[in-house]
Ligand binder design. Structure first.
Ligand code: ACM
Ligand code: ZN
Length: 765
């Protein structure tokens, strides 16, 4: 070893000990199968060379250099021959060492001035991602010097299908964003991009044979505002866009350069309004149709009785096949109402002719006919789990979204399965129950739930489990109108999913993951990804003292952060009050708080309006328990000074399925009362109804109550804030009864089921 190198290494070691980390293993996401730190360090800088032994890695090396150029400002020289004991570091792209290594496996051996990456083309791309994480974590601020510990890594994925989906139908996203989406996927070793290209609200792929699909179908005249469906409020802003075939080829190549396969989705027979608006002959009623301006499921679908529907779809698929070289074409199959088929002479004639049992069998015929066509062209279909209904097409892969049942059934029938159950991987669901969350479609899917997902259902046998090829995060964009909102919903939850899909089960540990995520967030910051910071951000807990005083306390996982807050509604800044102990909420106020790291705001803001009224913090008992998914956990939440927001999934709402609200507040002594209040949600689409009647009664002994206010009709508004004045009275107990609406009436979503009653905050003034 020459002296110069020794000095370089000592200097690096010194730097490393001072400013890097003291760790037992490398900090890689997703967690590798095997990694071990070795003595010494390796350094990369502008002089480092790449040795391209495995020529299959040429595109990956080009990718690496592009990445480095953007990040460090330099590219590395590519040479053909490794040097023994080189003077400057060489990154060797070598062939795979173990012939029987699993698909996509790679090895890294980093020592002194040699970083050897071993694998086939896909393995070496994965190795490059691991290398980039090591580099990002250990770069000097000017990136001239990148030093990390010598190490051995051997790694391969647990699942072969590691997917992310993007709905560009509900909102269109330009090519540059789609590329960025793919770029981010690549960092976490995803290998499949499911591109949802057609929807009721927009057709996004140019089809040369049918120009109206993009002339008409790619544009809607406006979009529903928030959740104002009934009565409908539109934004009067046309929304549209599509990808030309040239752009699609460009994206396909871009993804392939990152070892990502794209699965295009062309939806049928449902979610087809944009196609029908373009070519009304494709529908049962022949229209006229309009590209949808609101979200939901629409009765007008492709006519299954008309052969020209199939001619159209085959012609479309011919062009799709030309654009997408991957094995799979996704044909949708979900959420296809059968109402038009039931009335359509052609559809009914088809059922008679083929002796089909019903309209579900007709859907099965539809999918099987398309499958046969695509199989004939050497392609395989994937469909949403509804394609099980009426009989599964012989070679279909099932994407299980309405839970895991569809996937289980398909695996038991020896069909390949991709798991995408709503409860674990629908990244359009809320990730926090804070009422300050931006509007989302619903649900609740925090980071730890994604992380805890296990794609192989316990009830499958070992043999059946082999059909579970992997899982995918779904990103439906009804409530993601902007690129930054997509990133907010996807990251970091997609990173948690990457570990579900890649890492061995025994390597998973949520706490450890959060520590690695904290490091990775620095890269997300550098890349200006608008990721959600709940995992490290601030959490507010509201409690009451024995004396009925409401207290607000904060916590944060962020080491060294100071929490600063205001209680006058103003934005917390570096000079705002520092949080030291639980705050007393003695009067109505707006509290805003945020962690600050070195005087810089970090993470999500906590923001809460408190309304302090006479019952706030008092004793309350609800006779019935709310349903499990809509239970804030303690009756105190009925009087915690926080009102439920428009979002029925926020954690303030008490949701009673079939049951009434029957609650008694005990003030422990008589109090003067001049008015009552209570809030409800009214959202029949979500099976949530106002009560059939509401009454407030009072008592001095808690036994005999007299009615003082009641009401049995309610406005047609989503958020009902009921306020009722009474002639001033004095009482110790207040009883509130809100009668559940009962069974959902015919003609409404969920007809015949128990209605939900959503209640929050019982107010007394
Ligand atoms: C789906 O979420 N409709 C597949
Ligand atoms: Zn028809």
């Amino acid at each position: 070893m020459n002296t110069k190198r020794l000095i370089t290494q000592l200097v690096s070691l010194f730097l490393f000990m001072n400013c890097a980390f003291t760790q037992q293993s490398v900090n890689i996401i997703p967690q590798p199968v095997f990694s071990e730190l070795k003595n010494g360090i390796v350094s990369i800088g502008a002089q480092t060379e790449i040795v391209l032994i495995n020529k299959d890695a040429a595109r990956t090396v080009a990718y690496l250099n592009d990445y480095l150029a953007k990040w460090t400002g330099y590219k590395l020289k590519i040479v053909n021959q490794p040097v023994k004991d080189p003077a400057i570091t060489q990154i060797i792209y070598d062939i795979k060492v173990k012939a029987d290594a699993p698909d996509e496996a790679y090895g890294i051996k980093a020592r002194d001035n040699t970083i050897r990456l071993m694998g086939d083309a896909r393995g070496l791309f994965n190795a490059t991602q691991t290398l980039l994480q090591l580099m990002e974590q250990n770069a000097s601020s000017d990136r001239k010097k990148i030093s990390f510990p010598a190490c051995d890594i051997y790694d391969y994925p647990r699942f072969q299908y590691r997917g992310m989906h993007l709905d560009v139908g509900r909102h269109f996203f330009p090519v540059d964003f789609v590329k960025r989406y793919i770029d981010l996927m690549a960092l976490y070793k995803f290998n499949t991009f499911h591109w949802h290209l057609t929807e009721d609200q927009g057709w996004r792929i140019e089809i040369k044979k049918y120009p109206r699909l993009t002339q008409i179908g790619s544009m809607r005249k406006q979009t529903v505002v928030g959740k104002k469906f009934n009565p409908f409020v539109g934004d009067s802003i046309p929304h549209g866009g599509y990808y030309t075939q040239e752009q699609i080829r460009e994206v396909v190549k871009y993804a392939a350069d990152r070892q990502i396969t794209i699965i295009p989705e062309i939806e049928m027979p449902g979610h087809a309004l944009a196609a029908l608006a373009s070519y009304p002959y494709l529908g049962c009623t022949k229209g006229p149709y309009e590209v949808a301006t609101r979200w939901g499921v629409f009765p007008d679908v492709f006519c299954a009785g008309n052969d020209s529907t199939f001619t159209f779809l085959e012609n479309v698929l011919d062009e799709v096949i030309q654009l997408f070289p991957g094995k799979y074409i996704h044909i949708g199959g979900d959420e296809c109402p059968k109402t038009r088929w039931e009335k359509c002479p052609k559809c009914q004639e088809r059922i008679r002719q083929l002796g089909l049992k019903d309209e579900h069998a007709l859907q099965s015929y539809f999918i099987q006919r398309i499958e046969k066509y695509l199989n004939g062209k050497g392609r395989m279909i994937i469909g949403w789990d509804e394609i099980l209904e009426g009989g599964l097409a012989p070679n279909a892969t099932v994407m299980s979204w309405r839970g895991e049942e569809g996937g289980i059934t398909a695996a038991q029938q020896h069909h390949d399965v991709v798991m995408t159950p709503g409860k674990y991987v629908y990244l359009d669901h809320y990730q926090s129950r804070d009422s300050s969350e931006p509007l989302a479609i619903g649900g609740f899917l925090p980071l730890n739930t994604v992380y805890g997902y296990e794609p192989i259902p316990a009830k499958l046998s070992v043999e059946e489990a082999k059909y579970i090829k992997g899982a995918q995060g779904n990103v439906w964009t009804e409530y993601m109108p902007t690129e930054s909102q997509v990133e907010y919903m996807v990251y970091p939850r997609a990173i948690a999913l990457s570990e579900v899909l890649w890492s061995q089960q025994n390597k998973k540990n949520y706490d450890n993951f959060l520590n690695r995520l904290k490091i990775e967030m620095k890269r997300l910051d550098r890349l200006k990804v608008n990721y959600a910071k709940h995992a490290l951000g601030i959490k507010g807990d509201v409690n009451r003292t024995k004396e009925g005083i409401i207290k607000l306390s904060f916590s944060s996982r962020l080491d060294g952060a100071k929490i600063r807050y205001t209680n006058d509604g103003s934005e917390p800044g570096p000079n705002s009050e520092i949080y030291l102990q639980p705050l007393t909420i003695g009067k109505s106020m707006t509290v805003r708080a945020r962690p600050f790291l070195n005087d810089q705001p970090y993470g999500n803001e906590y923001r809460q309006d408190f309304i302090i009224h006479k019952a706030a913090g008092k004793k309350v008992i609800s006779k019935f328990a709310p349903g499990k998914e809509h239970n804030p956990g303690s009756d105190f939440a009925l009087v915690d000074g926080i009102e439920g927001s428009e979002n029925s999934d926020d954690n303030n709402w008490f949701g009673f399925s079939g049951n009434d609200l029957d609650a008694v507040i005990d003030f422990e002594q008589p109090v003067e009362i001049s008015s009552f209040g209570i809030n409800f949600i009214n959202n029949p689409r979500g099976w949530i109804y106002p009560p059939s009647s509401l009454s407030f009664s009072v008592s001095d002994d808690g036994m005999v109550f007299r009615n003082v206010a009641s009401k049995d009709s309610f406005e047609n508004k989503r958020l009902l804030k009921i306020r009722m004045d009474v002639t001033s009275l004095k009482a110790r107990y207040v009883r509130v009864i809100a009668k559940n609406a009962g069974k959902i009436p015919e003609g409404k979503p969920g007809a015949g089921n128990d209605a939900w009653l959503f209640v929050d905050e019982l107010l007394v003034f």
